[in-house]
Unconditional design. Sequence first.
Length: 410
Amino acid sequence: MDSLSAHGERKIAWVAEHMPVLNRVRDRLVEDGSFGGRRVAVILPLEPKTAYLAAVLAEAGAEVAVAFQGAMVHDDVAAGLAARGVDVFARRGSTHEEELEFFHEVLARRPEVVIDDRADVIRLAHTTHPEVLETLRGASEETTSGVVALRAMEADGTLRVPCIAANDARCKFLFDNRYGSGQSAVNAILDATNLLMAGKQFVCVGYGWVGKGIARRARGMGAQVTVCEVDPFAALEAFHDGFEVAPVLDACTRAEIVVTATGVREAVGVDAIEALRDGAILANAGGIDDEFSVPKLRQRALAVRTVREHVDEYVLEEDRSVFVVGDGVVVNLSAAEGHPAEIMDLTFSVQALSARHLLLHGPELEPRVHPLPAEIDEEVARMKLAALGLRIDSLSPDQRAFLQTWEAFG
């Protein structure tokens, strides 16, 4: 029987074959020495693509430490990465207390750059490990919810290091959030339940980039899709994209599958869960663990049992059950391996170059949330086009002059 690390290594090697842009970035980082001897923390769900990002940074000469919470850790991948010499502080099923200790271990290594998720480690550095801020050049944030938290820290004057909103890069949100989340979340639900999507009443709560991808893929598989929103512009967009639009409570009365994608706590409240029909399926594709409250659902349940791997049945009153996929946390990572490698090729190339930018220029940057430099974003897109064998046009000198001139032409 193969060892756990060998199994994980095969997964890492597989995604490496499908991430050509990150491979080009690796070659550049090895050549320019920008990561040589530098300390980098990677706080991301530990699945094969994350492991390969960490391995790339280590190959470029960095001292890399990786940690994350247990619901989104694949133990074989963690073992495979550790076998490559990367410090890994993560295991599936870890408790909250253990996860905090993992983060403390990473911070004890005094990282110079943090590639963060939900701003978890940056917030810890500001609250319980302020000594880390003395040598920390900055952080690059992966998620929408993390960028929101960092902007709140900036607004109240708490943020002490520069942070790059990698999530807001076009090469990230246009592809990762929409195509990556759309495919992987729907696939995770279908693989976990082994049920048919066609004909189902499907409710997508939230119509940001993640929600757009999920709603469109559910419709593409034949579901009847309703979108729930609090933003009037997003609701209008969903309507004009051809979806039904309704409040959460109304939509849940007829829903067979409900997926949250909001980044907001209790986007589906207990009242909406109580309105679900018998057999309804709940899954969370958003960046906050309790977009519907599993603890509150557990309190109200008469019984809870695991019916399939990654699927739990909650028996409620009136002989009615609802089924939760992936423990109510990010379903494409808790019940599957996350986004496709080709999509994460873009995201993690952005993250590697964002970290490089902070190592080289962090001391020059103000302690606030910064956009990814546009030239890095565009470079990643052009490398991806080249890897795909695609060519595009360029503006002529006259066209460039036209776009840069406001005077009327005679």
